[in-house]
Design a protein around this ligand. Structure first.
Ligand code: T4K
Length: 402
């Protein structure tokens, strides 16, 4: 990995990237592979692969203990877990949701003919703005589906107060927020239910996977049945259900990830601090803050780019990084309201989402995880620094290139 000294040396002009193909991105975290393989062998020997097996039960128990919640119901992924939680709490009609999120959030509503009503965010926290939520409530509103974006908790008290006062259900999409806390209480125990994702790209993964966490005993029973086709006993179906079950292989990976959890967080935090240090003072590039007093997984390295100050746009920076084989992502771009089917259903939604649209044009997420070491972060930050300090020249050269 050779440092580049001038803007003309950037891969975007020379075609010679700093990183080769294999070094490109944050890769999934893997815990102790021997422990994982021992579990896999056990699964194969016992020939019990799914349907509430031993490892799923152990995973659910240990996760509930870790979160400090009565019930943790493991699922095949967070999208299905969201759909089931939404149906389980009885949301119908309209549900208020941010547009600044992964598209799975509104899809989990629309998939069951519930209208996602997109609501603007607070530009500082990137989370739902409670004042806007209040304004979006109509007689058809039955709930709020809030997202703890980047693992930073939403305005939980304000949203809970609105939900209680207006008789609405409240679910948190906690896909980013496993192992994070709010005022000392772990995410997973707020609202009617919270939903986690353990997808391979999350710092804590079960290959594919998710979970619903709740303190509501009745809801937990209902959700357990719904994720198993509605079965309440061998021949007895109580509700409409689906197949949301987690497999034993995923649970084995989950248990192994849980044992490696603190190590993953330590690396994420070290990387986050290194990025901060290396990008400090660079005009127009600001990393989001995490609250050091809370538990936090530090999995997302999110930079906001102010084009006027940086001299380059977010998109130009992402282009430059891609040409160096660094997979920076434009999460979350465009806002969900600009994707189908929502942009056809609600073509003017953007008028009420100024903060969402502004932020979606400014943010990029940088690689993190145990596969990203200090040398890679130095090189990535070196490229960003070079691009920003030579913003005008870079722009000119890009224009010349067409
Ligand atoms: N709610 C929110 C707020 C979410 O962010 C998400 C998912 C959900 C709900 C739904 O959760 P799940 O139903 O997925 O459990 C990813 C994930 O697919 C998605 O889980 C995640 N959020 C979303 C933010 O990002 P991509 O488009 O980044 O994935 P992909 O395939 O481009 O992977 C990124 C890079 O990671 C690849 O370029 C290479 C690397 N990679 C990826 C995989 C899958 C690997 O090295 N190994 C791998 O196995 O979507």
């Amino acid at each position: 990995m050779k440092a580049k000294n001038t803007v003309d040396e950037l891969g975007i002009f020379t075609g010679k990237p700093i990183f080769n193909e294999a070094q490109v991105v944050g890769r999934p975290n893997v815990g102790n592979s021997e422990d994982f393989l021992a579990r896999v062998n056990d699964i194969l020997e016992r020939r019990w692969f799914t349907n509430n097996g031993k490892y799923v039960q152990e995973f659910e128990k240990r996760m509930a203990e870790y979160i400090g919640v009565k019930h943790c119901i493991a699922m095949c992924n967070a999208t299905v877990a969201l759909e089931i939680a939404i149906r389980g709490v009885g949301m119908t009609g309209e549900v208020i949701v941010p547009s600044f999120t992964f598209v799975a959030t509104p899809h989990s509503l629309q998939w069951q003919q519930i209208t996602p009503v997109f609501c603007d965010i607070d530009p500082t926290t990137h989370n739902l703005d409670p004042l806007c939520v209040e304004k979006m409530i109509t007689p058809r509103t039955t709930g709020i589906l809030a997202v703890h974006v980047w693992g930073r908790p939403c305005a939980i008290e304000e949203l809970t107060a609105i939900a209680n006062r207006r008789g609405l259900k409240l679910i948190f999409d906690a896909a980013h927020a496993f192992a994070c806390s709010h005022k000392g209480q772990m995410i997973g125990s707020f609202g009617d239910a919270e939903v986690f994702s353990f997808h391979a790209t999350k710092f804590f993964n079960t290959f594919e996977g998710g979970a619903v966490a709740t303190n509501d005993d009745d809801l937990a029973v209902k959700i357990r049945r719904m994720k198993n086709f509605g079965f309440a006993g061998y021949d007895n179906v109580d509700y409409i259900g689906t197949n949301g079950k987690m497999s034993e292989m995923s649970a084995a990976m989950g248990l192994t990830s849980l044992e490696g959890l603190e190590g993953f967080i330590d690396v994420n935090r070290r990387n986050y601090e290194l990025y901060r240090e290396r990008l400090a003072g660079l005009r127009g590039v600001r990393l989001i803050d995490y609250d050091g007093a809370e538990k936090c997984n530090y999995q997302y390295i999110v930079a906001e780019i102010d084009e006027d100050l940086a001299g380059v746009s977010r998109d130009q920076l992402v282009d430059v990084l891609h040409k160096e084989n660094v997979l920076a992502r434009r999460y979350f771009y465009p806002g969900c309201h600009q994707m189908e089917p929502y942009c056809s259903y609600f073509p003017h939604a953007g008028l009420l989402l100024p903060n969402t649209e502004r932020l979606a044009d400014r943010v990029m997420s940088l690689p993190n995880g145990t596969s990203v070491g200090p040398a890679a972060i130095d090189a990535i930050c070196g490229v960003i620094r070079l691009a920003v300090t030579n913003g005008k020249k870079l722009r000119h050269m890009l224009q010349v290139q067409g």
